[in-house]
Ligand binder design. Structure first.
Ligand code: CMP
Length: 139
């Protein structure tokens, strides 16, 4: 089933120069990038993106980290794109993520884990609306 999802290269991924590597993996898989935007996101935008984590112990640090520098947001399309992209990025904790995944190969942290991707078709639509809005941030 053709789906679209959102994939974000987080501030640590941009700082470390991993944007090309992430894009290469997405394209090598056969997925299509249909929109791409670099933004310096506002705190409000990141709070909306991570609304489901509000109140969790890591929430404050997460918001601070995600608004600490520019991010790259992409809309990615393909057969079962939501699941396929989640498999490509690997599990949340870089220390646990399987080798061969983006986080497994490049992250050693649970917070600074290079990338974010939506976990369902519904969440993807919500997150696309949040991040691709004019008010999310500048650049
Ligand atoms: P992400 O997939 O973008 O979804 C929520 C983010 O919160 C997650 O990646 C991490 O960056 C961060 N996160 C999740 N769990 C923890 C945790 N236990 N400690 C610190 N950060 C976390």
């Amino acid at each position: 089933m053709l789906e679209r999802t959102i994939l974000i290269v987080k501030p640590d991924g941009v700082r470390r120069g991993l944007v090309g590597e992430v894009i290469r993996r997405i394209e090598n898989k056969g997925l299509k990038i249909t929109r791409l935007r670099m933004i310096y996101p506002s705190i409000e935008c990141i709070e909306q993106l991570y609304d489901v984590h509000k109140g969790k112990p890591f929430y404050k640090d997460l918001i601070e980290f995600m608004s600490s520098g520019p991010i790259i947001a992409m809309i990615v399309e393909g057969d079962e794109a939501v699941k396929v992209v989640r498999n490509l990025i690997g599990s949340t904790d870089g220390r646990e993520a399987s080798p061969g995944t983006i986080r497994g190969d490049y992250a050693l942290s649970i917070r600074e884990n290079i990338v974010h991707a939506a976990d369902s078709v519904e969440r993807a639509e919500y997150e696309i609306k949040v991040v691709f809005s004019e008010t999310c941030g500048d650049f």
